[in-house]
Design a protein around this ligand. Structure first.
Ligand code: UDP
Ligand code: MG
Length: 319
């Protein structure tokens, strides 16, 4: 018979060999102290520093430890995706492997899910021990994400988060979307999203795995996520809407150009050839773009028809 687990701790890691023993011992201590049944799922995202060997050794001492090893480095989102797939606990905790997040937060995060009824609780590194070149861009990023998504979180990308199991089983983290899990969760229909101030530590070993390009990627992904959440199910509303506007503008302008030409001819007023009027070229451009946008909309709808999550609905209750 399958045993019910209180908690799954999902930890993506890439070259974090020094931190692992400390991290696993710490998690185990917290769980024992709080009498929680748990599993830890370590996802080795293609490390080449011997992390996997250490995981194998640790497994001998900690039978609650499970490991998944990628053949190469796929990125944090991929690691989380596979971790979520494997997780069996009632509450799922994600945390980074670099000891910047503290396992001591786990019991309270769990309590907020179980007792306060949150679907997702995100950590907030209020006092943060990262270089300033990372803190300021991150503030700006969070501000944009907050304004654009309407979810009032201070720290979207905090590695330490807790989820009701249903949440992680209904969202798909891909690309670099781990930064936007709260938005994905909300889009999937989970409304109770909370926040807890968590302790943060400076990196003890190794170095950050994300460079400056994270900013650019973060913004592009934010645009994708927002587009998907507003128009993901009906791309035609977006492309068709824009296309109609373009087409109307182009068509209207063309009629206007022809009408003035005829009118001037009838009244024998001086007139310029149509091809010498800038408006004529604008009108052509708008018509062509309008048609193209429409086509993009149709293509979007065709792709939608074949997509697997076309009919994914979150059912709250059944009688
Ligand atoms: N990580 C990963 N795959 C990657 C990059 C990072 O699994 O390609 C893990 C990393 O080992 C760590 C977590 O994601 O456990 C957060 O990474 P990091 O600490 O470098 O990010 P930062 O704290 O600088 O935001
Ligand atoms: Mg870190």
């Amino acid at each position: 018979m399958e045993q019910k687990l209180d908690i799954s701790v999902v930890v993506p890691l890439y070259n974090e060999v020094e931190s692992l023993p400390e991290l696993i011992a710490w998690i185990d201590r917290v769980m024992l102290d709080n009498q929680l049944s748990y599993e830890t799922i370590l996802i080795d995202d293609g490390s080449n520093d011997g992390s996997w060997t250490v995981i194998e050794q640790l497994q001998a001492n900690y039978p609650t430890l499970r490991g998944i090893r990628f053949a190469r480095n796929y990125g944090k989102s991929a690691a989380l995706y596979c971790g979520f797939d494997a997780a069996q606990g009632e509450v799922v905790i994600t945390m980074d492997a670099d000891l910047q997040d503290s396992p001591d937060e786990i019991p309270e995060l769990r309590r907020m899910i179980i007792e306060d009824g949150y679907d997702l609780v995100s950590g907030w590194k209020k006092k943060r021990y990262d270089p300033i070149g990372k803190r300021w861009p991150s503030k700006f990023f969070n501000w944009t994400a907050r304004r654009a998504s309407g979810i009032r979180l201070h720290d979207f990308n905090c590695g330490l988060k807790a989820y009701r199991r249903k949440v992680i089983k209904s969202i798909e983290v891909y690309g670099e979307m781990h930064r936007f899990i709260p938005i994905l969760a909300r889009k999937a229909g989970f409304r109770h999203i909370g926040e807890k101030v968590v302790e943060h530590h400076a990196r003890k070993y190794g170095h950050s795995k994300f460079g400056l390009e994270r900013m650019l990627k973060g913004y592009l992904d934010l645009i994708t996520v927002l587009f998907m959440s507003y128009f993901g199910r009906s791309p035609m509303y977006f492309f068709g809407g824009l296309g109609t506007l373009m087409f109307l503008f182009g068509g209207g302008t063309t009629i206007w150009i022809i009408a003035t030409k005829i009118w001037k001819q009838l009244h024998e007023m001086p007139l310029r050839p149509v091809t010498e009027q800038p408006l004529f070229y604008l009108a052509i451009l708008a018509i062509v773009l309008g048609v193209q946008l429409f086509l993009a909309g149709f293509l979007g709808e065709l792709i939608n028809r074949n997509s697997t999550d076309r009919n994914k609905y979150l059912i709250d209750k059944k009688l």
